[in-house]
Design a protein around this ligand. Structure first.
Ligand code: ZN
Length: 257
């Protein structure tokens, strides 16, 4: 399923891809806008979705560019209807670096919100703009302002593997072994994800409940990956130690030119 994606273009070597379902979402939003307001409704629907996901990409680029400064390789950014996902070769083990790399994402959202807040006013009835699709650039800017604030705050919730959960893991890793820190961060995240999914079901928000269940599974999968990598590394360390302890069985063969 995750393989069904379309490569768009590269930003400083990072491949930007969109998942096939994202294209379906774009078509759906366009169709919905067209039914509501004809051609202009269609255009505003598509523009709003693209603007929103541009902010998602900028958030991910915040993580990527900070990671690249620490020598982390970034394979690609994948856009899905539920958000963006950057794929890294590795994640820095130094807690301070992981925290900086993680904070950079929400920081981008707060920066965008601050810039938009300087351009558009925040009138008392601003929440009304969120009910439907915007019809003017000002309404779009206000929608993006609120969306970026929500994106920044939501990502900082301590639900591993979301940004807040990664910061919690990095904090725990200053006192605990890395795998234990990941275990506890994932456990806190799973409890919160189940609670949030339950609350969403109670309010009949099925899509949101599915999103929290997805986060639950993602947390468990990443914990297992960390656990497996740690086991493999321990095996290698042990094998190397054995190799260096053992005296050579025989003289190394002479190399003849
Ligand atoms: Zn993030």
């Amino acid at each position: 399923m995750l393989g069904w994606s379309i490569n768009l273009f590269r930003i400083r070597g990072i491949q930007l891809s969109v998942h096939f379902s994202f294209v379906l979402l774009l078509v759906y939003i366009g169709y919905d806008g067209w039914q509501d307001g004809g051609t202009s409704g269609l255009v505003w629907g598509v523009v709003t979705l693209l603007a929103f996901f541009t902010c998602v990409v900028l958030h991910e680029l915040g993580h990527c560019f900070t990671g690249m400064r620490f020598g982390v390789g970034v394979r690609r950014i994948l856009l899905m209807p539920i958000g963006g996902m950057a794929e890294f070769d590795s994640i820095p083990r130094q807690p301070s670096r992981e925290i900086l790399m993680t904070l950079a994402g929400p920081a981008v959202n707060f920066l965008i919100a601050a810039v938009l807040a300087a351009v558009v006013s925040f009138p008392p009835g601003w929440a009304d703009d969120l009910a439907g699709l915007p019809n003017t650039p000002e309404e779009l800017a206000r929608l993006l302002l609120v969306a970026n604030l929500i994106m920044g705050v939501f990502n900082l919730a301590p639900v591993f593997p979301m940004d807040g959960g990664r910061i919690l893991r990095a904090g725990l890793a200053t006192r605990l072994p890395y795998v234990r820190a990941t275990f506890w961060a994932a456990t806190v995240g799973k409890v919160l994800a189940v609670a949030a999914a339950g609350a969403s079901l109670y309010y009949d928000l099925y899509l949101r409940a599915a999103l929290f269940l997805f986060i639950f599974v993602a947390g468990e999968l990443e914990y297992r990956t960390v656990q497996r990598r740690e086991r493999d590394e321990a095996k290698w360390r042990e094998a190397l130690a054995r190799l260096y302890r053992a005296p050579p069985a025989e003289e190394p063969p002479l190399l003849r030119p």
